[in-house]
Design a protein around this ligand. Structure first.
Ligand code: DGJ
Length: 699
């Protein structure tokens, strides 16, 4: 790991890659290389931009590191602003750089400036030992005496080396079907993935993955994931001479920001890298997130097996009913009991109560104490659901503070799920939201909060702000700050981020929350795709997954299948335990015990996707960690009835080590070399079959 500068050429050297920039004769910062290492570092040189014709300007075709809107430029840019004299063009040129070392990481800051307006843009690049991930972000600084209105402030611009079109991967999801991978070949124009809803949303996700001829193990893959849970924009474009670029950051839709004299704006980080194969990308990001992104308190601890009451009791929670569930959950080996929606205010369905975060005395006549005492006596921790950013018009909060919502006096508010969004850019609202949760945490022994958010924003009037267009940014910042404050004040607290399933499941959320709820769809067949998509770039342990009673009529699946799918994330139980017979309870108990045996491997291990479902008709996911390797095999409804025989070669084992495992009823010991190079035959029974095989290294 190294950062060097010579004659205006900056070389970032990670474990296996080089990222190179240089200042050209016009003072522009050009992008020069990103990819495999180049041994002859001296030969990197900048080029003089040239005009191709009066229709194609030099500035438009250059490979720039952070292009601003100004001069003859017509493609997606990273920065736009309006100065006090109404000039809407920004011309950034190189000013200076700093290289420093901080906690074992190297940091490069390249300072660009728009001299006449004394505006600075610092581009930051952080490198850490032993990884190919580079963390990038930008800081815009107003060193002048007048306010500058920022219109767009991306975290970074990226240029890709090949002139051939890249395949862009993102998701094509919806509520109940998040993280479904979709590939698009970007031949011309721009492909935009964005959210304008307030959260990062269920449809697409804030990252770019651009590849050529890639599969799990090979082919060029460039990626960058943004740590931001609000409106974002990823613009991937290919120009008429075949240069592909990506600009990624906070969305400029309905956004602007007043940067006053002496102030600076810090963008969210984007974590980027170049690797060979998607598998490498997933594992790099997984390890990096555990090591550096997830909140420190629990990043390296395995997550507990939790029970969540939602699908068992819906809004119909009460003290005795929850205690009965808790008794069974504890018996099964559950470690954390989470009571979901319904415990507060006048909540009996989704039409009332949000905002009234006090215990409903009809359902809990003596408060939550009897339930929590019971849960803790049973040896479990207790968790509670909140939807802190929202209010139902039918609530005491709304009746006393209707002005606390985003609104325009002249418009009728859109009531999605019969609720409105609180104006979290107001300090009094932030304080209210914080203290509602803080009060409950002070009064009760609560170790876990599920923070939900079930609608997008609309009628986004925020007259408290000097510039109301800052609300999208300020709201997300406030969410992060409240979560951080709660964690700081209550050190043992874990927080799950949920937004009607996976509507806020991104690296921004994962910098402040310990885990995310990936989808309200708990059908294991659908989950195969949802989990596969999530694992592309997000860390396995952060993915909560529930085993529930979901068993859609036409595609019944057994408990083994549900557990074998769900155990590939952080195992949770979500069914109505009161309805299970002895056999079903024993299945739960046995699987929970099994999961505890393998959870370090699943939550922290390297993931090897051994099959490609589209070609092989099976999901074969292997997790390797320390001396253990766990293989999950799952077919789905579209697997061919007669596709019964699969040949599986493992990966990531030690060639010379010997592994003990069970194969078709027999105990075997075989070398890593055999398992990886010769492989094993597995017979599956057709559709919706599953198996789990545990390999333990014995020597
Ligand atoms: C949406 C979440 O995704 C569910 O898990 C549940 O918490 C409900 N909200 C409760 O209203």
């Amino acid at each position: 790991m190294l950062i060097s500068e010579r004659d205006g050429i900056f070389i970032l050297e990670t474990e296996n890659t080089h990222y190179v920039m240089g200042v050209n004769c016009e003072g522009e910062l050009n992008h020069l290389h990103w990819g495999k290492k180049c041994p002859v570092e001296d030969y990197f040189c900048t080029y003089k931009p040239w005009e191709r014709s009066s229709n194609h300007s030099a500035r438009d075709f250059g490979k720039t590191e952070y292009l601003s809107y100004g001069g003859a430029v017509y493609r997606p840019v990273a920065l736009t602003c309006t100065y006090a004299d109404r000039c809407r063009e920004t011309m950034l040129t190189y000013k200076d750089f700093n290289i420093s070392e901080q906690d074992g990481a190297f940091l490069l800051e390249i300072i660009l400036e728009d001299k006449p307006y004394r505006l600075e843009a610092s581009l930051f690049y952080r490198l850490r030992e032993g990884t190919d991930i580079i963390e990038r972000w930008s800081v815009i600084r107003n060193c002048s005496d007048s306010t500058v209105v920022l219109g767009k402030i991306a975290s970074g611009e990226f240029n890709f080396p090949s002139k051939r079109p890249y395949t862009s991967t993102n998701f094509n999801g919806t509520w109940l079907a998040e993280f479904r991978k979709e590939e698009t070949v970007v031949k011309n124009g721009s492909l935009v993935y964005e959210s304008r809803k307030g959260g990062s949303d269920h449809t697409v996700s804030p990252f770019f993955v651009l590849s050529q001829n890639a599969d799990e193990r090979q082919g060029d893959v460039f990626f960058g994931a943004l740590a931001w849970s609000g409106n974002f924009k990823v613009e991937v474009s290919r120009d008429c001479v075949g240069v592909t670029r990506a600009v990624i950051g906070i969305n400029d839709f309905d956004f602007s920001y007043n940067l006053h004299p002496t102030e600076e704006f810090v963008t969210p980080s984007v974590y980027c890298g170049y690797v060979q194969g998607y598998g490498k990308m997933s594992n790099l990001m997984n390890d990096y997130a555990v090591e550096y992104i997830l909140p420190r308190s629990f990043a390296k601890e395995p997550l507990p097996v939790l029970y969540n009451s939602w699908e068992a009791t819906w809004f119909n929670v009460n003290s005795l009913g929850q205690q009965k569930l808790a008794e069974i959950a504890a018996e099964l080996g559950v470690e954390l009991f989470v009571m979901d929606d319904g415990w507060f205010g006048k909540r009996k369905d989704d039409h009332a109560g949000l905002g009234d975060w006090y215990v409903n005395r009809l359902k809990f006549p003596r408060g939550l104490k009897p339930l929590i005492d019971k849960v803790t006596k049973l040896g479990m921790k207790f968790g509670l659901w909140f939807e802190p950013e929202m209010v139902n018009p039918d609530s005491d909060l709304y009746r006393s503070h209707p002005e606390w919502t985003y609104h325009y006096d002249t418009r009728t508010p859109t009531r999605m799920r019969d609720q409105l969004v609180l104006n979290l850019t107001r300090e009094d609202v932030q304080e209210f939201v914080f203290s509602c949760m803080d009060d409950m945490l002070n009064e009760y022994d609560i170790s876990y909060i599920k923070w939900d958010m079930n609608r997008s924003y609309s009628e986004t009037g925020a007259e408290n702000l000097e510039n109301p267009q800052e609300l999208w940014y300020r709201h997300t910042k406030a969410v992060y700050e409240i979560a951080d404050r709660l964690k700081e004040k209550h050190p043992g607290l874990q927080i799950e981020c949920c937004a009607s399933g996976g509507g806020r499941a991104d690296l921004g959320a994962l910098s402040h929350f310990d885990m995310v709820w990936t989808s309200d769809d708990t059908d294991p067949i659908d989950r195969l795709q949802i989990q596969d998509g999530f694992s592309l770039i997000y860390p396995t342990k952060s993915m909560r997954a529930w085993v529930t009673d979901t068993n859609r009529g036409s595609r019944p699946n057994d408990w083994d299948f549900r557990f074998n799918v769900t155990m590939q994330g952080s195992l949770s139980i979500g069914g109505n335990l009161l309805k299970y017979d002895k056999r079903e309870l024993k299945i739960h108990k046995d699987y929970i015990a099994l999961y505890k045996r393998i959870r370090n491997t699943v939550q922290f291990g390297a993931l090897h996707r051994l099959a490609n479902f589209a070609k092989d008709s099976i999901y074969a996911n292997e997790y390797v960690y320390g001396n253990q390797c766990v293989l999950f095999l799952c077919t789905d409804v579209t697997s061919f009835f007669n596709d019964k025989f699969y040949h599986i070669k493992l990966a990531g084992l030690e060639e010379d080590a010997v592994y003990k495992f069970e194969h078709e009823g027999k105990e075997l010991t075989l070398s890593g070399a055999y398992l990886m190079n010769v492989g094993l035959d597995y017979e599956m029974g057709g559709t919706l079959e599953s198996k789990i095989v545990i390999f333990e290294k014995v020597q």
